[in-house]
Structures are given as structure tokens and as C-alpha cells.
Design a protein around this ligand. Sequence first.
Ligand SMILES: Nc1nc2c(ncn2[C@@H]2O[C@H](COP(=O)(O)OP(=O)(O)OP(=O)(O)O)[C@@H](O)[C@H]2O)c(=O)[nH]1
Ligand SMILES: [Mg+2]
Ligand SMILES: [Zn+2]
Length: 369
Amino acid sequence: MSDPADHPLAPYGWDAAWAAAFAPHAIAGLEPARVVVELRRHYYAVVTAGGELLAECTGKFHHEAKRDPVAYPAVGDWVAVAPSAGAEGRAQLHALLPRRSRFVRQAAGGEQAQQIIAANIDVAFLVSGLDRNYNPKRIQRFLVAARDSGATPVIVLNKADLHPAPEAVREEIERLVPGVPVVVTSSHTRRGLKLLGGHASPGRTLAFVGSSGVGKSSLINRLARDAELPIGEVREKDAKGRHTTTRRELVLAPSGALIIDTPGMRELQLWDADEAVEEAYADIAELALRCRFTSCRHEDEPGCAVRAAIEDGTLPPERLASYRKLKAEQAAKAPTLRKPGAVASKPGWKQKAAERAAKPFRHRHHRED
Ligand SMILES: Nc1nc2c(ncn2[C@@H]2O[C@H](COP(=O)(O)OP(=O)(O)OP(=O)(O)O)[C@@H](O)[C@H]2O)c(=O)[nH]1
Ligand SMILES: [Mg+2]
Ligand SMILES: [Zn+2]
């Protein structure tokens, strides 16, 4: 077998392990491809050894996926395709290779289902804006989802130029989530870009997630100099973004890293993340093992090791508070989901849909929320 490092898809992260996973599909005459844009439901721009193609799932794929959204490809996935005979630039998507990691959130809209934000990512940058957008609770929710995903989380506090004391915020977040790197950046002054760039080594896949308007696309444009991802305004009165990025897209940076931009998320609801909470708060879980009572709620019970750790200063009280908050959220988890069709009935929706349909496939947009 030829060396995977010489493969035309090596710049996209193709390696010996992917080649091994792909072997049965190669025997079936299929070609490997990586999903670079999710154009709309079940339509993808994929990059193959021969260039970019528009890929559509086969009937058999749909049948086997049984409408489970997680069974469908997402940006970053490796797939097996066959170029369509007689339809230039198009391909049939036959299979999905097992994922190394996946960043999942609960889908917005009708069904109670998971939605894959990005697959096979090595590092998840959780971006917040140091303007009014910044919110420690949201950072923690993102962190739990990132730990759940299998990717390494990095917390990014962007728009440092708009905050009088960004280092104080960094220290506060570091206390809250020990061991997780926290980087202060500004895409305007370029502060912290070298630190971010330090993660962008060749063949690594980085994903940027966070609320609308925090500067995800601005940071990516800085890291991937020739990327021209659209940048949007934020509203003056509440620093809210305008959902400028409307699709998930993977770009190849000059450093050789693969960077995924994602649309701002309105909320990141937790999903089966109880284990991830325990893992993210392993220090508390470990202390709790030493409480006198196994049912200890770490309130006023005698012999509570968690409260003792707070009293002697080894456990920051805000960490216990946020742990409690996340646990309570999960206990009360009856997700409030919008009714199906809520998006489609918004004023102006039809016109926007018509505009979208008139554009060529690579530029067609779909909304995240
Ligand atoms: N002051 C300041 N503004 C920034 C910085 N980074 C981005 N912005 C501005 O914030 C606004 C939103 O930036 P985007 O990059 O579009 O934000 P986004 O996170 O991609 O937003 P969505 O695509 O809507 O999810 C733009 O007006 C940017 O110019 C920064 O470091 N400092
Ligand atoms: Mg954007
Ligand atoms: Zn206790």
C-alpha cells in the first residue's frame, strides 16, 4: 500500500488509520473524501483526491441511517463516495467512517435529537466575547459539551480590546476550570493570535464554537489568511451577534491546520452529558468519596470533605456552585424545544428561501437555529 503521507488528501488529515478504516470501501471501488461544507440537509461539499464534489447520500445510506441525525455526515467527517457518472462535479455518498471525535449538541427545532456540529476535531475553541457577551456559566456548558466530544477544549476570550482587565477574567475562568487552557485574544489588535496559532499544526482539525458575534469568523480569517469568511456586526445595545455565519465550513489554513467555522449557537443544551460533568468536576467527585455520608449533599452534613476543601481554600467555592448548577440543570432536563415549523413561519422566510435557492450550490446557506 502507498504511503498515506503522499496521498493527495494528506493535507486534509488523511493518515494510516483512516486508510485502514477505508480499506473495505477501497475494495468496493469507492473513493475517500472529507466533508468540508454542509450545504443543506444531506448535501455536502466534499474534497476528494481529484477535487471538490457535491455529494448526496445514496438511498441505501438513508435507509440504514434510519433518520438518526447522528448517522449522517457532518463537517469534518471522512466518507466514501463514488463520482456520479454523467453528472460532473457530483458524487454519491455511500458510507461514513467511524469518528474519532464529535461535537454534539441537542438539535434546535422539532425533534429531540442530537445534532453534530463537527466531527473528527482535535481541538474545540470555545469562544466568548469580552464585551457584554461574556458569561462564565455558558463557558462551563460549552466545556462540558467539549469534554463529551473527545476533542481538547481551549477557552478563548476574544475582544480583549473592549475589556479594561482581560487578565483578571482569564484568571477567574482558570480558577473555575483548572487545567483547561484559557487564551485572551483580540482579532483587532492580534493579541493572543500566536497562542491560538500554536494549536494550528498541519493536519490538525480545529473547530470554533460559541455565540453569534463573539468573533469566531474574524479569528479564523486571521489564522487562515486567505479565508474570506463573512463577518457581521453586533447590536450596539446588547452586543448580540446577527448570525452572520450560516453554515459549518472547513478551511485549510496556510499553517496546514484544518479550521472549522460554525454558526453562532443560541444555546448549548446539554445532552446525556452527566458523565461529562462528573469528569469535568473530577476533583469534586473525588472529594465526595471522602465525605462521611455517601448521600452527602455537601451542605451542612458533618464530615463533609467537599466543604472542608472549601474552608481550607483548596476548592474554590464558585466551582462547587457551578457544579451544583450543572447537576441541577441535568436533573431538571426537560428540554424546551421549539415547535416544528416555527422557523418556517417567520416573516420573510419564503423570500429568503427563494434567494437561497437561486444561488449556486457552494454558496447556498442554511440557518443554524
Ligand atoms: N472590538 C473587537 N471586535 C471584534 C473582535 N473580533 C471580532 N470583532 C467584531 O465582532 C463582530 C462579529 O464578528 P464575527 O467574526 O462575525 O463573529 P462570529 O462569532 O463569527 O458570529 P456568527 O457568525 O454570527 O456566529 C464584527 O463586527 C467583528 O468585527 C475583537 O477582537 N475586538
Ligand atoms: Mg461567523
Ligand atoms: Zn460532602
